[in-house]
Design a binder for this molecule. Structure first.
Ligand code: BT5
Length: 325
């Protein structure tokens, strides 16, 4: 996959009409012969490109399988997705991203796979990641924050996912602290953030995001069928996965930039507006035991504040919501 193919797809997407080989050649700074060769290559990979002699080429459709050219052209100009690695099948995109990050890959590197053989949730739980259905991807970030900062990154990403699903697809999404995006109480997206530190500073953060996009109701395994949903189930439409990816990544980029330049307060406000927990009696499993109380607030470091029956407040930096009562 070369930069020329990305450039051609970018230009055809922008034009949304037939574009002559000469025009494309000028835009991409190559000869007409090179344009025709690249178009041949793209057609072979599943791009539907109409050719009308005299009028040129027009993009009619992108491949069903996610294609790195398509992704790169959609994310053109964004920091996140500045480098994209797209795989058919991996163990877990987080594993690949962590090893790339250890090897020095830059901030914004995005790793995506059609299928994960061992998609992971937190604490060794399994993340259902079949081929052709979802977006399973990880982004490398190098935020230069202290250790406590990585929780806010996860929440900023969750807010980005929820906002973009609402803006682009009209899906009313809520955030369940610390890492789920829910629609009508069902999980459409889970986030697994993993960080490595040097002393007390974050060396890198890998934000792993799983979004059910095309999964039909009947495709979810029995153990999650009642608690999971997808963009297709919620909208009744077969949307483009690459399209969803582009909206989500741009929205995460905006939130990440807000977080770095202005701190957590703006994100916190959005989280409180979209929270599935605030004001509700909540039971949370923490490393120190189970705590119950009304979810009252999220503080400036991303911790959940629970108000207990006796009036005391419990500050939870990590935990597992076991139930909304
Ligand atoms: C999460 O864990 O929700 C984090 C999921 C992160 C997945 C992404 S995909 C790309 C990257 N690479 C990886 O290997 N992981 C990340 P947790 O809060 O522990 O929730 C896990 C629970 O969610 C499971 O025990 C199931 O109950 C449920 N679950 C599993 N697969 C699901 C799916 N596809 N949709 C909705 N719920 C699911």
């Amino acid at each position: 996959m070369g930069d020329l193919e990305v450039d051609i797809i970018l230009n055809l997407k922008k034009a949304d009409r037939h574009v002559t080989p000469a025009e494309l050649g000028r835009a991409c700074k190559v000869t007409e012969g090179e344009v025709s060769e690249a178009v041949g290559e793209l057609s072979g990979r599943g791009y539907r490109i109409d050719h009308v002699p005299g009028e040129g080429y027009r993009l009619m459709g992108t491949p069903d399988l996610m294609d790195v050219t398509d992704i790169r052209s959609d994310l053109h100009g964004s920091v996140l997705g500045g480098e994209v690695f797209a795989f058919g099948r991996v163990t877990s995109t987080n594993d690949v991203a962590v090893s790339l990050a250890r090897g020095g890959s830059p901030e914004g590197t995005l790793v995506i796979a059609e299928e994960q053989a061992r998609g992971r949730g937190r604490r060794g739980r399994v993340w259902f990641s079949p081929p052709g259905c979802g977006l399973w991807f990880s982004i490398i970030l190098r935020p230069g924050l202290g250790a406590e900062g990585s929780a806010t990154i996860s929440l900023a990403a969750a807010a980005g996912v929820a906002e973009s699903l609402e803006e682009a697809y009209g899906i009313r999404a809520q955030i369940k602290w610390p890492n789920d995006v829910l629609v009508r109480g069902k999980k459409i997206c889970g986030i697994l953030t993993e960080a490595e530190f040097i002393d007390n500073t974050v060396r890198f953060v890998v934000v792993g995001i799983g979004i059910n996009v095309l999964t039909g109701k009947e495709q979810f395994p029995d153990d999650i069928a009642a608690i999971a949903t997808s963009v297709a189930v919620e909208t009744g439409r077969r949307v483009s996965r690459t399209g969803v990816l582009a909206c989500v990544v741009k929205s995460i980029e905006a939130n990440y930039s807000e977080l770095r330049h202005h701190g957590f307060e703006g994100i916190r406000t959005k989280l409180l507006q979209r929270s599935a927990l605030i004001g509700k009696m909540t039971r949370v499993k923490t490393p120190d035991g189970v705590v119950e109380g009304v979810a009252a607030d999220i503080d400036i470091s991303g911790a959940l504040l629970l108000r207990r029956e006796d009036g005391s407040t419990e500050r939870l930096v990590a935990g597992e919501v076991m139930g909304i009562l």
